[in-house]
Ligand binder design. Structure first.
Ligand code: SF4
Length: 468
């Protein structure tokens, strides 16, 4: 589904290069392939070994980095960022990477994720004299680094990271080092690759493919990588790390051509569809998926059920950027503009409509009615994930608890509200089993489904998400 009309939004993507003369250009291409992770702002910081330079702005990668701009930013290492703003809000000052200068050198920060103790740390730091330039939680790390008593940057960073709670994949660039850190639960994906002698880091492996980089490995939870002229070194800054990768990355956010923890996203989604066909067998004439992220699951459902897959819904790819749609009415208009039912496919047919999730329910309702208006005799909605009952505190904008339709409604109540003939959600065990092919649900964050979060959630964070 389309993030902007659904109510699920990824917060960010990061990309970094060390040791390549075209680092800025490579970062441009990398960020372009991560554009689905955030469309509100983007930036690149480049180092020529002597100085850091930043170019950033509110808009898409192709809008901010014109050919003229790219001509002016040259260097041998770079970090870049695409942002979807939630925590801290939007605005130019919050567009990353954030760049800080001090007497001992400069430091650029790019962050994917969300800290759950940012406000707590901010209050403490302000009490000690810090003045924040942005409302972004990312800036907290810079202050913690600079206030650390250690003399070496590596120790300052490790000390600062140990105070953070929540989800973070950080790229930290100085004049002569690139540091890469992942939170102790590995909530967000982050991988390492090489391009000749250069190193590349990205939120998703699709960004490696676009520049011809060769995947090396995923960054481990609680790991700090340091890349400089002497090569690459790895240290653990957290020893009680347990992997809890966000299940939503597989269900919805990541690109189907990316691999997360060695598992291809399209394959995982297709397996979810196959599992759904076993858990929710339905007598129908055609299976259709809601473009784009549900098509893989729909193909899987069709394969196992034996019901033909058809393109019953199409997306108009050339609709302008309508992603800021604060009211329900506007959101519904957005659906209308972007999706159409194919009358020739669905007329007179019993349709299985596969979607990846239901957030507020408004989108599902609209799509069911689109299919019925186009002549579908029955519309059976099957969802390739469990009901989203709880907010996310780790960088996915899932809306407040009150706005989540499954937080206080039964499956039958939701079915009635969206006007479907039947509604089935994939079980939690079925979803995880479809991704990893093992029993149990270890290794994943399932907080928005189960309410069990891998970290402590601070009271002011809870209040923010339950009332926003
Ligand atoms: S709460 Fe949900 S969206 Fe957030 S990190 Fe966990 S699985 Fe992902």
């Amino acid at each position: 589904m389309l993030a902007e009309i659904k109510g699920l939004n990824e917060e960010c993507g990061v990309f970094g290069v060390w040791g390549h003369p075209d680092s800025a250009q490579l970062t441009y291409y990398g960020l372009h392939s991560l554009q689905h992770r955030g469309q509100e702002g983007t930036g690149i910081v480049v180092s020529d070994g002597d100085k850091l330079r930043v170019v950033k702005g509110e808009g898409l990668v192709s809008e901010i980095f014109t050919a003229d701009v790219m001509e002016k930013i040259k260097g041998t290492s770079a970090v870049g960022h695409v942002r979807y703003a939630t925590a801290g809000g939007g605005g130019y000052e919050n567009v990353q990477p954030l760049l800080f200068h001090s007497q001992t050198g400069s430091l650029a920060l790019a962050h994917n994720g969300n800290l759950v103790n940012a406000n707590f740390l901010k209050h403490q730091l302000e009490g000690q004299g810090s003045i924040f330039q942005t409302s972004s939680d990312t800036e907290v790390l810079a202050h913690l680094i600079r206030r650390s008593g250690f003399s070496e940057l590596k120790d300052q960073v490790k000390n600062a990271l140990s105070m953070l709670k929540g989800a973070y994949a950080y790229l930290i660039l100085t004049e002569n080092e690139l540091m890469v850190a992942l939170d102790p639960h590995g909530l967000r994906p982050l991988s390492l690759a090489c391009l000749g002698d250069a190193y590349v880091v990205a939120s998703e492996t699709c960004a490696f493919d676009v520049i011809g980089a060769e995947f090396i490995r995923d960054i481990r939870p609680g790991e700090l990588l340091i890349i400089n002229k002497d090569g690459i070194t790895s240290e653990q800054f957290a020893f009680n790390s347990t992997k809890s990768i966000c299940a939503m990355e597989y269900i919805y956010f990541s690109r189907p051509d990316s691999n997360i923890q060695g598992i291809n996203v399209h394959t995982a989604r297709k397996n979810m569809g196959k599992r759904l066909a076993v858990e929710a067998p339905i007598e129908a004439d055609v299976v259709t998926g809601v473009p784009d992220s549900s098509i893989s699951a729909a193909i899987g459902y069709a394969e196992v059920s034996g019901i033909p897959y058809e393109m019953g819904l199409i997306k108009n790819k050339y609709v302008g950027r309508t992603f800021i749609q604060p009211t329900q009415t506007l959101r519904e208009q957005g659906v209308k503009m972007k999706l159409s039912a194919v009358r020739g496919v669905v007329e007179g047919k019993r349709v299985v409509m596969v979607d990846d999730s239901i957030v507020r329910g408004t989108t599902s309702k609209r799509i069911v009615s689109l299919l019925k208006e186009a002549g579908a005799t029955e519309v059976h909605v099957v969802i390739s994930s469990p009901p989203i009952k709880n907010p996310c505190f780790y960088g996915i904008d899932t809306s407040s608890k009150e706005e989540l339709i499954a937080s206080d409604k039964s499956v039958e109540e939701i079915r009635q509200l969206i006007g479907a003939d039947s509604l089935t959600f994939l079980s939690t065990e079925g979803m995880v089993g479809a991704i990893v092919k093992t029993e149990g649900t270890n290794g994943f964050c399932l907080g928005c489904f189960t309410g069990n979060y891998p970290t402590e959630i601070y009271p002011d964070t809870l209040q923010y998400y339950y009332q926003k």
